[in-house]
Ligand binder design. Structure first.
Ligand code: NAD
Length: 289
């Protein structure tokens, strides 16, 4: 028995890195997987059907079920096609793993408009696009009396939730938005039987290998037989658990790296000052710092 037997999952950006590991594990655990990947560069330029198809071939060679989708999740219709393909190929949809991502780092004072737009489009809008079309299907199922036991796992980042990273204003803002989107979606979609959680992973992939300061740490050789704490495969068991029909969790964000999983807490009051009437600016200046 696999933990995901009979479930149908769409995994975005699953041609490489962390998403590829999700797809391989999901298929080993019995899920039918739509492997989405645009196949572009780190910066999201170009397209190639190869990465998604290679993962599908690998899954099928091992006896699993998968189909490839090389659409762009940043496009409304690309996300609609992805959801439609899951329904056409496998007859249902139980899980969305939003994972596709790019980087176009730069410092604020010199960031180009396209660097901002491209990163927001792939991460923030790309997550929303797939969530939106899947939610419409799950709502329809629920209204028809077939209450889903569905799960969405989004991909945030330390850059957006715990570790502000100079040079990643576009990426950090998108990832913080994804964490917020996760909480709103968990509230909203519970009535349709949909749980929504997010992860903030850390692993060796082409994205981190190309990140200044991180590449060398992540590329270090791991002696034979030792636990590879930066392997992208370390991220997938948590995502698979969150995707099971037995998992009760929703509205959570987890940091995950190597052998560690941490539940993260969001914004909360740390200090309150009050007045009985309108504030004077000087009162605030005297009491807030
Ligand atoms: N690797 C880390 O340590 C780390 C840390 C924090 C967050 N993340 C996040 O994890 C996710 C996976 O990243 P990764 O490190 O495995 O990188 P990766 O580059 O290995 O994989 C990302 C995949 O997404 C695909 N993709 C990009 N734009 C797409 C689009 N518009 N439509 C469909 N597919 C698209 C790429 O072709 C690529 O194969 C990303 O969301 C990333 O921001 C990774």
């Amino acid at each position: 028995m696999g933990a995901l037997d009979g479930r149908v999952a769409v995994i975005t950006g699953a041609g490489r890195g962390i998403g590829r590991e999700h797809a391989l594990l999901f298929a080993r655990e019995g899920a039918s997987v739509v492997v989405n990947d645009l196949g572009g560069s780190n910066a999201g330029e170009g397209a190639d059907t190869g990465p998604a198809q290679d993962v599908v071939d690998e899954i099928r060679a091992a006896g699993g079920k998968a189909v490839a989708n090389s659409g762009n999740v940043a496009l409304w219709d690309g996300a609609q096609n992805l959801v439609d393909q899951a329904l056409a190929e496998f007859g249902r949809l139980d899980v969305v793993v939003n994972n596709a991502g790019i980087l176009r780092d730069g410092f604020i004072a010199s960031l180009e408009e396209l660097q901002w737009d491209a990163v927001i489009a792939v991460h923030l809008k790309g997550h929303f696009n797939v969530l939106r079309h899947a939610a419409a299907y799950w709502k329809q199922e629920s209204k028809a009396g077939r209450q889903p036991q569905a799960a969405v796992v989004n991909t945030a980042s330390a850059s957006g939730v715990t570790l502000p990273n100079a040079g990643q204003v576009n990426y950090g803002a998108a990832k913080a938005g994804i964490a917020a989107m996760t909480l709103v979606a968990a509230e909203e979609l519970e009535r349709y039987g949909v749980r929504v959680n997010a992860i903030a992973p850390m692993a060796r992939t082409r994205l981190t290998l190309a990140t200044p300061g991180m590449g060398a740490i992540f590329a270090a050789e791991v002696p034979e037989g030792e636990f590879d704490a930066f392997s992208p495969a370390n991220i997938s068991p948590l995502v698979a658990y969150l995707a099971t029909d037995k998992c009760p969790l929703t509205g959570k964000v987890f940091a995950v790296q190597g052998g560690a999983i941490s539940e993260l807490g969001g914004w909360h009051d740390v200090k309150t000052i009050e007045t009985d009437g309108p504030w004077e600016i000087d009162d605030i200046a005297g009491r807030l710092p």
